[in-house]
Write a protein of this length. Structure first.
Length: 289
């Protein structure tokens, strides 16, 4: 049996803190108006230090669901998870496989299969759900395309093929009729943007978003992490934050907007980041203590 609780990174915890602090006074972080910004600032250095942070202090009703384990659904590594119409969707990028469980944890089915045939995926790393139309978009980084599956019949529908630019992309989010895919490139002419906006119907890139120099301290090398850079994926305004960014962005139908800024003296400096970028070339292993 396997238990699925809350899989969160530091950024995810900050997002929960932001939500909690907005409605409960004195809950862990100091909020103030950002200088020359019309958004809130979370000053971590002014936060109260605690030895442990209980999810129950942030979430009203934490829940644990025990997932069924059988030869058809042996989960190794959960890279993405979402809930839609009572079912739990889990992507295991180690196998890889996309599983569906009922709300009580019982196994329902598997969506698609790994392979090189029509409608099959090779290296899925993230997914996003069109909740209005009941369609799941599964991002395949090896093929640079999003595979579409019906969540009514679980059948393969089609694929949205995109043009690769730079390194492989691993994170994807659907908002309205646009797909946002994390994009890494060393092409100076490309502008070193963090996200590419893609037309969901044609697969054509329609915009480049968030310059690495402005929103990730210049870092734009490929990083394959065990989680997506998109959070709150099942809301109208999913959040996006990069590895070295101090700004959490909201991705909306009207565009990408700053959501809040996280401030701390312990964050890597731009000076230090310039040295890292200079020392870490293409293909080199990245290791930052």
């Amino acid at each position: 049996m396997r238990k699925i609780g809350k899989m969160v990174s530091g950024a995810a915890v900050l997002l929960m803190l932001a939500a909690a602090c907005g409605g409960k006074e004195g809950r862990g972080a100091d909020f103030s108006e950002g200088k020359n910004r019309d958004i809130e600032v979370i000053d971590i250095d002014k936060a109260k230090r605690e030895k442990a942070l209980l999810y129950s202090s942030i979430l009203e009703e934490p829940d644990v669901i025990v997932l069924e384990t059988n030869p058809e659904c042996i989960i190794q590594d959960v890279s993405a998870i979402d809930i839609y119409e009572g079912n739990i969707y889990i992507l295991d990028d180690e196998l890889p496989a996309l599983y569906v469980f009922r709300r009580d944890g019982s196994f329902l089915r598997r969506i698609g299969h790994q392979g090189r045939g029509h409608g099959e995926y090779r290296e899925p790393s993230d997914f996003s759900i069109d909740r209005e139309n009941g369609i799941l978009y599964l991002w395949d980084g090896a093929l640079c395309m999003a595979h579409k599956y019906s969540l009514r019949t679980y059948e393969y529908l089609s694929s949205v093929r995109t043009k690769r630019s730079g390194y492989q992309s691993f994170c994807m989010q659907l908002v309205g009729d646009k797909l946002y895919v994390n994009r890494t490139s060393l092409d100076a002419d490309a502008g070193n943007y963090l996200l590419m906006e893609i037309d969901e119907k044609t697969g054509v890139q329609t915009d480049s978003c968030l310059k690495a120099d402005d929103y990730n301290r210049g870092w734009n090398f490929a990083l394959r992490l065990p989680f997506s850079f998109f959070y709150s994926k099942n809301t109208d305004a999913p959040k996006y934050v990069e590895m070295f960014s101090d700004t959490i962005m909201a991705v909306t139908k009207e565009g990408i907007k700053p959501y809040c800024v996280v401030k701390s003296e312990d964050f890597v400096s731009k000076k230090r980041m310039k040295k890292l970028i200079r020392d870490c070339g293409p293909g080199e292993e990245f290791n930052y203590p």
